[in-house]
Structure formats: structure tokens, C-alpha cells
Design a protein around this ligand. Structure first.
Ligand code: ARG
Length: 463
């Protein structure tokens, strides 16, 4: 199978590669995803060679036209990229070019190595994919904000230790995840900056030996800068790790969203209802409606963390500069990009198919002493030190638990047992609305704050 394959490095060799070695070594089955990026970078390299008078204008024209027609063929002919004969995408493209335009094609690789070539194509590919990821995060954010707006007045219990803690607006919960995704956008935007630097011109390790104006080539490819050191240029994969680690945190956030929603969709909580469109049934139990989509969203995090760790482990202790170990970078990043892409799309669709059981969340928020802190704050407002108020309200809660009622269901006389400061205005202060309205400092759940945060989110999403 591999014996009729023309190797790029044939001259020094008298024997063909062993088939098992070739299978082990070849990367075309996965790095063909870099095809378009490698063609684009090769065109820019040919133009760089032309400007440096290393190849003639006619030769450059022929190379560029050849590369363009190969790209067309790849786009229009099914199975074009299925070849089993190529070692990697770079040798595939070069072989196709020589097949198409003849000996002139043999000049394309002048002044470059696959080491700077692969790093350049990979960065181009990553840059486009990061842009897609940024779009998809925005789309998931849009769905979160739309969900918040569909239930603008709704109240849910907020939890600490998964015990009911204090009431918050449901929109406030949605906005918490919006904040996480905003930080993810920031991280991917920063990663993109480090991705968008061009290693082409680093050669194999020492720099290109031809007077190519690297900055002009970089400009043609939309890179912001060129790498400053050839040893580092060919062996730096920090940009790929940046993507993998930004992806890990993104998946942490999506998995937490998923977990909250899985809990909220259970009969025990009954806070949210997922539409049939994003739920699955059981093959055995006819009554079941399972949140499989959310469980996958939670579960997909593992492989993304795994890819992140594979990248770090692969790079740790590698001597300068390029080593074949680094060919392992591609599948990790490809899988990460694929996984976060489908996860973000799924998250958006799930959120679009979620509705809130408002009477149920309202009841949950109103029971279980979530207003105990409000009673303490009330006493503080009347002059009691907070620590004493905490103590007094603790005793009131114990009393209410014993009686089997809520704090606001105690009589004024019962409440007065715990502090003489209590007056009839306490009942208003213990209402859900008052509790939520009181949290009006920046970052709190009061309606004014939440509405302002929703408006700010809308403005960000309009950009
Ligand atoms: N396919 C290789 C990679 O993905 C690029 C080629 C460099 N190979 C080499 N033997 N110098 O890293």
C-alpha cells in the first residue's frame, strides 16, 4: 500500500518504509483537515518566493494557479482527500501540485520546511476555528438571555451546599452562566492573539535561507506578527494548549450548567421542563423522560480535559526544536474543537427548549426559611449587632421548625419572644419581593440590578 507512495525525502533512502511504520507515521488520515489552510499558506509562500526573486513571476503564477485548482478539485470531487498514499497533508498537496504543473511544482518547497509549514497551517486552521467558537459562545449566551427574559419575574431558591439558601431571580441564575461564558470569550480572544503569529520562514529550525520578506507573507495571511525565533517558531505549541485550556474551562462551565439543569428537571425539584425535542425516553420504563442532552453536555467535559492534559504531557520535556511527538497535537485539538462546537450548539438548543415551572420555583423559594437572613438584616436595621441578630433568628428558626411553619407565619407575639425590636412591618420585610429587592448592591439579585444586567448583556450581544 505505501510502497507506491512517493516520499518527500526519497533521495537518501534506498528502501521503502515498512508498512506498519508508515501506518504509524502517516498523519494524512487526520491532518487532511488542514488542507485548505495549507493551500492558502503555500500560495502566500509562493508569492514570498516571487517577491524575493527566488522563483520567476511565471513560475509563481503557475504554482498559485496549480494550488488554486487543487483546492477547487478538493472542494468539488468527493473522495479527493481520501487518498491512502499520502504521508501527510503537506506531501499530499506538493505531490498533487507536481502532478498538475510538472517540475515548477518542485520549486514550491524552496526555503521552507514542513516544520514551519505545519505550524503555520495549524495556526491558520486554529484561528478560523476559534472565530467559530466565539460565534457559538455568543449563540449560547443569546439563548441564556432569552430564557431569562421569558421568565423575567420568576424566583428560584439559590443554593449553597445544595441546601436552600436565599431567593434569587431566575434571570440572575441565567446571568451567572452568562458571566462564565463572557470569561470564556475573553480567554478564547486572548488565545486567538497568540495563535495569530506566523512561524513560516523559520525553516526547519534555523530560519529560512532565502531573502523572503516574512512580514509581507504574514500580512497576506492575516497574521498579526511573525515569530521572533526560528527554534521557538517551529516548536511552539503554546497556542494549541491555550485553546485546549480555554476549552477545558468552557466545558467546566457547560457541565455546571448541565448539572444544575439535570437537578432542576428531576421530579424532586420540578423547576424546569425540557421539551420532548431535547429529551429521550427509556427502552424499558414507559414513563421516563430523560435529560440525555444535558448529561452529554456534562459528560463531554472529560475528553476535553483529557486532550488538554495530552497536549501538556506531549510537550513536557521535549528538547528543542521540532520533534515528531508534536504530530500528536492535531487530533487533540481537532477533537476539542469538535466537542466544544457541538456542546455549545447543544447548549443553545437545550436552553431554547427549556421552560420554568414558576409556581413550583416560587413555592420552593418561599419555604425552608430562605428569609432568615432578611429577618436578621431587619433586626440589624433596628439597631441590633449582626452577630446577635444571627443568634436570635437562629432560635426563631428552631421554634418555627418545631411548630412546622415558616418565619413569616409566626405571630408578632411569637416573633417578639426573640427580640423586642420586632414590629408588624417585619412581615413585609420577610416577603419574597422584599428579600430580593434588598439585594441591590452591584452584583445582587434585585430587579433593578438584574434588569440592568440583562440590558448590558443584550448590548454585548448586539455588537
Ligand atoms: N506531519 C508533521 C506534523 O504534523 C509535519 C511534518 C514534519 N515532519 C518532519 N519529519 N519534520 O507535525
Amino acid at each position: 500500500m505505501s510502497n507506491d507512495k512517493k516520499q518527500l525525502w526519497g533521495g537518501r533512502f534506498t528502501a521503502a518504509p515498512d508498512e506498519t511504520f508508515a501506518e504509524f507515521n502517516d498523519s494524512f488520515r487526520f491532518d487532511r483537515r488542514l488542507f485548505a489552510a495549507d493551500v492558502t499558506a503555500s500560495i502566500a509562500h509562493a508569492n514570498g518566493l516571487r517577491r524575493a526573486d527566488v522563483i520567476s513571476g511565471d513560475e509563481a503564477d503557475s504554482i498559485v494557479a496549480g494550488l488554486r485548482s487543487i483546492a477547487d478539485e478538493a472542494e468539488n470531487e468527493t473522495g479527493y482527500l481520501e487518498s491512502e498514499k499520502a504521508e501527510d497533508v503537506h506531501s499530499f498537496i506538493e505531490a498533487k501540485l507536481i502532478e498538475k504543473i510538472g517540475d515548477t511544482g518542485r520549486k514550491l518547497h524552496t526555503g521552507r520546511s514542513r516544520n514551519d509549514q505545519v505550524a503555520t497551517a495549524f495556526r491558520l486552521w486554529c484561528r478560523d476555528e476559534v472565530d467559530v467558537v466565539l460565534e457559538l459562545i455568543r449563540r449560547a449566551e443569546r439563548s441564556l438571555i432569552d430564557l431569562a427574559k421569558r421568565h423575567k419575574e420568576a424566583v428560584i431558591p439559590a443554593y449553597t451546599h445544595l441546601q436552600r439558601a436565599q431567593p434569587v431571580l431566575f434571570a440572575h441564575w441565567c446571568l451567572a452562566y452568562f458571566e462564565m461564558l463572557e470569561r470564556d470569550i475573553e480567554r478564547f480572544t486572548q488565545a486567538r492573539k497568540r495563535v495569530n503569529v506566523m512561524p513560516l520562514g523559520s525553516g526547519a529550525v534555523a530560519g529560512t535561507g532565502f531573502p523572503i520578506d516574512r512580514e509581507l507573507v504574514a500580512g497576506e495571511l492575516g497574521f498579526d506578527a511573525v515569530t521572533a525565533n526560528s527554534l521557538d517558531g517551529v516548536s511552539d505549541r503554546d497556542f494549541a494548549v491555550d485553546i485546549c485550556s480555554a476549552a477545558s474551562l468552557l466545558m467546566v462551565h457547560l457541565s455546571r450548567l448541565a448539572e444544575d439543569m439535570i437537578l432542576y428537571a428531576s421530579s424532586e425539584f420540578g423547576f424546569i421542563v425540557l421539551s420532548d425535542a431535547v429529551s429521550s425516553g427509556s427502552s424499558l420504563m414507559p414513563q421516563k423522560k430523560n435529560p440525555d442532552a444535558l448529561e452529554l453536555l456534562r459528560g463531554k467535559a472529560g475528553r476535553v480535559f483529557g486532550n488538554d492534559l495530552s497536549m501538556l504531557t506531549m510537550l513536557k520535556g521535549l528538547p528543542l526544536a521540532y520533534n515528531k511527538d508534536m504530530q500528536e497535537d492535531k487530533e487533540a485539538v481537532f477533537d476539542t474543537i469538535d466537542t466544544i462546537g457541538i456542546s455549545l450548539r447543544a447548549a443553545a438548543v437545550i436552553l431554547d427548549n427549556t421552560s420554568l415551572n414558576v409556581s413550583r420555583t416560587q413555592r420552593a423559594a418561599a419555604t425552608g426559611y430562605l428569609n432568615a437572613t432578611d429577618l436578621a438584616d431587619y433586626l440589624v436595621a433596628k439597631g441590633m449587632p449582626f452577630r446577635s441578630a444571627h443568634e436570635a433568628v437562629g432560635r426563631a428558626v428552631l421554634f418555627a421548625i418545631d411548630k412546622g411553619c415558616e418565619l413569616n407565619e409566626l405571630s408578632i407575639d411569637e416573633l417578639k419572644q426573640f427580640s423586642e425590636l420586632v414590629e408588624t412591618d417585619v412581615f413585609e420585610r420577610l416577603s419574597l419581593n422584599a428579600s430580593i429587592g434588598a439585594r441591590s448592591a452591584i452584583g445582587g439579585t434585585s430587579p433593578e440590578r438584574v434588569n440592568a444586567a440583562l440590558d448590558a448583556a443584550d448590548n454585548k450581544l448586539k455588537k
